[in-house]
Design a protein around this ligand. Structure first.
Ligand SMILES: Cc1ncc(COP(=O)(O)O)c(C=O)c1O
Length: 384
């Protein structure tokens, strides 16, 4: 066969972090080696039964078996509107300001195609969710990475973004509750962020995928901040909130013009979300209160146990302020997060994610995902 060289945009991407970890897991499985997997944010808890029953029932409806060629069922958009109003006290227009997605990743990654021209800057957090990098590269953007430093509570220092970047930036990605650092964003930071975006004409793409995975302070929507409606789009996910990662459903909401741009990209790429999954999403959001309280209690129990014991195991500072991740400084004997994660696999049969996989400023940290039963987490602690 002719040697078809990969496109430059694919060559420009670093290897996708989780794909590499998956390769290592596959290798262990092939060798018949048992291991504890604390690497990926994919909840072990089944999606609530009524959600699955709704999906199964709705799959039999002929209308749902056809292309879903619109911007999501009206009923779903109306349910999202009601959920948003109840949760954040923000009223969105269900026809112009809400767009269901095939998982939030789909929207996050496609979004720059709507607004970024070759050579524009896209600003991303480092460490950060790897999808933002791909999003920027696919759109032909130049990348500017804002360090999230421990000394600044894992918030970016917007004042340090150089004039040459902020004057040519189209989008800034921001994510709180934050993966991987678990940090939450205080109100003052959110206000500064929106002032910054308004001043320099930069779209704020606010990733709120973990809005419901918190322990004390309830995370905000960016639309609770004055001025955000002019300049922001916010991404939500049902994946983590309802343990529905495989279903693929989320939404984008906010500024009408930004939503319209994303819809235009999507109409050229996909053909909608399977109708039965949309109905499952309606069920999830309608019964949200009961599901989420239980989920948060389960995660908190795991977190409290894991963090308490990890602190006694030579790790440096341990962060676990939100999400189901734990972001821990490496034990003093280790300098490199890759070296430490290799050691964990080889010596302890534990898989965790090296901080550097989220960007160079993640070096010195390791991320554990508490997406396993407490008994297994206890076994991991015994091994560590
Ligand atoms: C910060 C963040 N945003 C978005 C996503 C994508 O979630 P989904 O596409 O399942 O909605 C993830 C998944 O891990 C994430 O960690």
């Amino acid at each position: 066969m002719k040697d078809f060289k990969l496109s430059q945009r694919l060559l420009d991407l670093p290897p996708y972090l989780f794909a590499e970890i998956d390769r290592q897991k596959k290798q262990l499985r092939e060798q018949g080696v048992a291991f504890i997997d604390l690497s990926i944010g994919d909840p072990d808890i089944p999606a609530p039964a009524p959600i699955v029953e709704t999906l199964s029932r709705a799959a039999n409806v002929k209308e749902n078996q056809k292309y879903a060629l619109d911007q999501g069922k009206y009923e779903l958009r109306k349910t999202i509107k009601e959920w948003f109003a109840k949760r954040f006290n923000v009223t969105l227009n269900e026809n112009t300001e809400i767009l269901p997605l095939i998982g939030s990743k789909e929207g996050l990654v496609h979004f720059p195609l709507a607004f970024v021209n070759k050579g524009d800057y896209v600003i991303i957090p480092n460490p950060g969710y790897p999808g933002y990098r791909g999003a920027a590269i696919f759109a032909g953007a130049k990348l500017y990475e804002m360090p999230l430093r421990e000394t600044n509570f894992f918030l970016p220092d917007l004042k340090k973004i150089p004039a040459s970047v902020r004057n040519k930036a189209k989008i800034i990605y921001v994510n709180y509750p934050n993966n991987p650092t678990t940090a939450l964003a205080p109100d003052d930071f959110l206000k500064d962020l929106i002032s910054f975006c308004l001043k320099y004409g930069i779209i704020c793409a606010y990733d709120n995928a973990y809005s419901e995975i918190y322990f004390s302070n309830k995370p905000k929507s960016i639309f609770e901040i004055d001025g955000a409606r002019e300049i922001a789009v916010e991404f939500h996910s049902l994946s983590k909130t309802f343990c529905m990662t495989g279903f693929r459903i989320g939404w984008a909401c906010g500024n009408e013009h930004l939503i319209k741009g994303l819809l235009k990209v999507k109409t050229n790429i996909d053909s909608g979300i399977f109708g039965a999954i949309q109905e499952a999403g309606i069920n999830a959001l309608t019964n949200e209160g009961a599901y989420c309280t239980t989920l948060r209690a389960t995660i908190k129990e795991r977190r409290d146990f894991f963090v308490e014991h990890l602190k006694q195991k030579n790790f440096g500072t341990v962060y676990a302020d939100s999400t189901f991740y734990v972001w821990a400084k490496l034990p003093r004997a280790f300098k490199s997060s890759i070296e430490f994660s290799k050691y964990l696999i080889a010596q302890k049969r534990i898989i965790a994610t090296p901080g550097v996989g989220f960007g160079k400023y993640g070096e010195g940290f390791i991320r554990f995902a508490l997406t396993l039963d407490k008994g297994i987490i206890q076994n991991a602690i015994d091994l560590l």
